[in-house]
Design a protein around this ligand. Structure first.
Ligand code: C2E
Ligand code: CA
Ligand code: CA
Ligand code: CA
Length: 279
């Protein structure tokens, strides 16, 4: 498609190595995968840890490469983000997820859906317009959508980010800060932006109880978020012990393998039924 003989170059390629040529190859393949509709999004529940009530789902991209098998999203997102493919990938994400959303089982019809977006998409001037158009196309209420993004976007480009985020908030979308505490955490932007949710990075949650730092961080964030009416979500809830600790600390929302792994959309009805019986 791009005038490169991929078959020849692939033979010399180490799967998952991350040099420049590999990234180009990966992008070429991703473009093909987009053409063919080979990407998929798996759904992982976010729940109220107190009663198991389902608050919503985060959708996570999955790509089964024809030759390499499963390519982790971290890997291909890193390649897509600085590339001209980003708007197309982002639109495909919304299109696919919204069309699944409209087929959500009745038991979860009111759940919110959270989509990850790359920081760089905020730099595209027509992002808001396009997103709103896709929402309308699928008949999805903006209030049902949460966008998860990392702090980088807001810190690197605050003026532009502000414009986009204010526009989205005005439409009723929720903004969530992902991987909180993992990067260059700065508190200033929390004052300036309309943030509805903070997700504590899973690196702090997985080790919760093994060191005082993690406990103190969660405890402080609980107080901070409560007083600002920000929803605090723990990601990486892997064990019942962790779940219990979060409750004791007053963190009421969680997501993680201990609740459910991200699952194919078609598995949702069965999972929901089993979850309902247990909670
Ligand atoms: P993220 O947004 O921080 O997503 C959470 C990651 O943690 C996911 O990895 C999820 O499968 C994993 N996870 C969930 N629960 C647990 C747990 O209890 N323990 C552990 N150890 N891990 C858990 P995944 O699916 O491999 O995604 C990796 C990253 O790729 C995401 O991190 C997100 O930054 C990015 N990503 C995934 N899908 C998309 C997408 O559609 N668009 C964009 N822009 N980025 C995406
Ligand atoms: Ca996320
Ligand atoms: Ca995260
Ligand atoms: Ca992450």
């Amino acid at each position: 498609k791009k005038g490169l003989d991929k078959a020849v170059i692939y033979d010399e390629l180490e799967p998952k190595s991350s040099n420049f040529t590999d990234r180009l190859m990966l992008l070429g393949d991703l473009e093909l995968a987009l053409d063919r509709g080979e990407l998929d999004w798996h759904w992982q529940p976010k729940i109220d840890l107190r009663d198991g009530h389902i608050l919503g789902f985060e959708v996570l991209a999955r790509w089964q490469h024809r030759k390499f098998g499963n390519v982790p999203p971290d890997v291909f997102i890193a390649a897509v983000e600085p590339s001209p493919l980003l708007p197309r990938f982002t639109l495909e994400t919304f299109n696919r997820v919204f069309s699944q959303l409209s087929r959500l089982p009745a038991a979860a019809a009111e759940a919110r859906v959270a989509v990850n977006i790359s920081a760089r998409i905020l730099e595209y001037p027509d992002f808001v317009e396009q997103l709103l158009a896709v929402l309308r196309q699928h008949g999805v209420q903006p209030g049902q959508l949460t966008l998860e993004l990392t702090e980088t976007a807001l810190i690197a480009n605050p003026v532009q980010a502000r414009r986009v985020i204010d526009a989205l908030a005005a439409e009723g979308l929720e903004l969530s800060i992902d991987d909180f505490g993992a990067g260059f955490t700065s508190f200033g932007y929390l004052r300036d932006f309309a943030i509805k949710e903070i997700k504590i990075d899973k690196s702090y949650i997985i080790t919760l109880g093994q060191n005082q730092f993690d406990l103190s961080l969660v405890t402080s964030l609980v107080v901070f978020c409560r007083s600002l009416d920000i929803r605090l979500v723990a990601e990486g809830v892997e064990t019942a012990d962790c779940w219990q600790r979060l409750l004791e600390l007053g963190c009421h929302c969680g997501q993680g393998y201990g609740i459910s792994r991200p699952m194919p959309f078609d598995d949702l009805p069965t999972w929901l039924e089993q979850w309902r019986q247990r909670h």
